[in-house]
Design a protein around this ligand. Sequence first.
Ligand SMILES: [Zn+2]
Length: 302
Amino acid sequence: MFTRRAPLAARAARPQTRGHPLPNPPDDAEARRAITPVICYPVETLPQPDMGLYSAARKGMSKVDEVTVPPRDAATFSAPAGHIFRISSIEGPQVGDLNLWNARDLSERFYSGKTRALHGTHLTTGDRMWSSFPAMRPMATVIHDTLDWYGIDSFGGSVHDVIGTRCDPYTHNLLAGGQYHHCCHSNLTRALAAHLGIAPQEAETHVHDVLNVFMCTGFTRDTGQYFMKASPVRPGDHIDFFAEIDILGGLSACPGGDCSSEHSSDTVPCHPLLVEVFKPQPDALKNWEPLAPNGYNRTHGW
Ligand SMILES: [Zn+2]
């Protein structure tokens, strides 16, 4: 049942704080608010991940590569289709901002907004990271998450969000002024520029909204504002992804550290993150095939 008391208070509070007069509600305001919501995108008809196959792939997998992401910086990594990549907290609570690209075509990249529309505000085991139009297919599937236990806390917070965009120097300049160069946006830009051997201004155009790995976030109940709180991640915690296509990844160890207090500064403690890439046993994936790009014919009714 929809609880109307909190949303009503929120609606009354927001316009007043912004200095607007409240319009008179219509006579049937209560009835309109009482309408039961429906899920925008029921996901029952999505191609379902074969979790049994993925857990079999994790057994006996062997490490083929690893990259340590320094604090307040980013690094790239490659995960071929059918491999597993793991992001771990290693020295202290730390949030990571993750970008994914199709390694063969950077125009296909992680689509945070559509992933949110399909799976909700936070990802966990069984959820997928979907790619941009026109391919719109799973790029990676979350197959193991040691923070599964966290659920949704009493503030409405949860971990691994696809709400936030990535901390960036433009918003920082608007809100606080100055030129801060170690926001996740710039970290990812430098890492991609170095990997591709291109100018940062060109690399920047490929940087996109992220999966906020290990970040604990939600929306305040009274004003609907995006909030963060100290991440519950501890050294040893990790999240494992199955690469559904050939992946080029970028991961930034956010300058917000565990994101318990502030962003975009050099004042909070920050820690490295570890990315490891694993290859499953040869016969573990014999029933697996990469998904083809989306089936829409792109004529758009023309
Ligand atoms: Zn950040």
